[in-house]
Design a protein around this ligand. Structure first.
Ligand code: SAM
Length: 361
């Protein structure tokens, strides 16, 4: 039988309990973590650094996220944070959405929630708001209906190193899809594995609590997201996790884990492939803090003023979302020119074209 970190083995129904114990009692602060799975090393932009500087120290000390969940164009948006912990991301977002925006954090661990709730008034004052624009709800991210979160009610959903901890990831994505407005997006950081993690490791409370053994194999995640209705997940950034703890290295063996940020748009008209309709966009450079370049994802860095050819899906991600006012749109849907250039194709089209135009044999 494979070894585990402890001789305790958690069953699926006990995962909630084990995770609550881990984040509520075992960990007292970021320094107690055994890996860097729950530490963000992404370069933090200056405006986020400024917002972080105003977050209360106790909230910061109990931060366990693995990425940066601050998408662009947040003014006056309604945002939901799944697994908000001590509230660090909620308070940064509360500042970025401004007084006319609203942020809701959901978490199941009372100790973490208590820290978050304790500083609502502190941050309201710190930001000079007349009333709080952030609230925290005690509950499960698989059961948002129990928290009376309505269909189509959020512009953006964020989550930072949480979904890997859920025993029912499909329910989390289904509920996220339900509460998201059409054209909205889930923008979230999480941990993924390069293969399916054996169940004996999934049952280990420390490996699970450290956000390693609950991680989905990345291709299972992509298929699950598509099946729920998030037709084309876009990878924004990723990094391999550094694991220094010898016991954890031995247990994980050849399994490699990554922290990755994805954006999942709720756009039912997206196609399963990247199709070419001869369209292009021009970024106007009008999104605050992103005046030179807009990064839709790792492969779409759209420079201001430049005509940027796009596939039909990218066109929709910019035209049918909050990003629309910041772009000029060129083209229409009249002519389909085949698969978008650069997309891997199952056969060599160039050769096929040469063969059809060459002399008949
Ligand atoms: C790794 S911590 C991340 C916390 C926070 N996002 C941050 O960046 O500090 C995971 C958090 O997710 C919460 N959590 C895990 N599974 C959950 C679930 N199924 N429902 C609600 N909260 C959950 C835990 O209570 C814990 O606070």
């Amino acid at each position: 039988m494979a070894k585990t970190m402890t001789n305790i083995s958690i069953q699926p129904v006990e995962k909630y309990y084990a995770v609550k114990e881990y984040y509520g009692k075992t960990l007292q602060g970021s320094q107690d973590l055994k890996t860097d799975a729950c530490c963000t090393d992404t370069q933090i932009p200056q405006h986020i650094k400024n917002a972080l500087a105003d977050v209360h120290n106790e909230v910061l000390a109990r931060y366990y996220g693995c990425g940066l969940v601050a998408p662009e164009e947040l003014e006056a948006r309604r945002i939901l944070d799944l697994g908000s912990g001590s509230g660090r991301d909620c308070y940064v977002l509360s500042r970025l959405v401004g007084e006319n925006g609203y942020v809701v954090g959901v978490d199941m661990t009372p100790e973490q929630l208590k820290v978050a709730e304790q500083y609502v008034d502190y941050h309201t004052q710190q930001y000079g708001y007349n009333k709080p624009n952030v609230e925290f709800k005690h509950g499960y991210i698989e059961r948002l209906d129990e928290l009376e979160l309505a269909d189509n009610s959020f512009d953006i959903i964020v989550s930072n190193c949480v979904i890997n901890l859920s025993p029912d990831k499909e329910a989390v994505l289904r509920e996220a899809y339900r509460v998201l407005k059409p054209g909205g997006e889930v923008y979230f950081s999480d941990v993924y594995a390069d293969r399916r993690v054996p169940s004996v490791l999934v049952k280990d409370p420390v490996l699970y609590g450290e956000c390693l053994s609950g991680a989905l194999y990345w291709n299972d995640f992509l298929n699950l997201a598509k099946q729920i209705g998030f037709i084309e997940p876009r990878l924004v950034e990723d990094r391999p996790l550094k694991i220094d703890n010898p016991e954890i290295i031995a247990l994980m063996g050849s399994i490699r884990c990554f922290s990755a940020t994805y954006r999942l748009f709720k756009l039912p008209d997206l196609e399963s492939g990247n199709e070419d309709y001869g369209q292009a966009v021009i970024y106007k450079g009008t999104i605050s803090h992103h005046e030179q370049v807009f990064k839709l994802d790792k492969h779409h860095l759209i420079e201001t003023g430049k005509v940027f050819p796009v596939c039909g899906n990218t066109y929709r991600m910019l035209h049918e979302t909050r990003f629309k006012p910041h772009f000029e749109f060129i083209g229409n849907w009249k002519t389909h020119y085949g698969i978008f250039e650069g997309t891997p194709i199952p056969f060599d089209e160039t050769q096929a074209r040469e063969e059809t135009t060459s002399d008949c044999c």
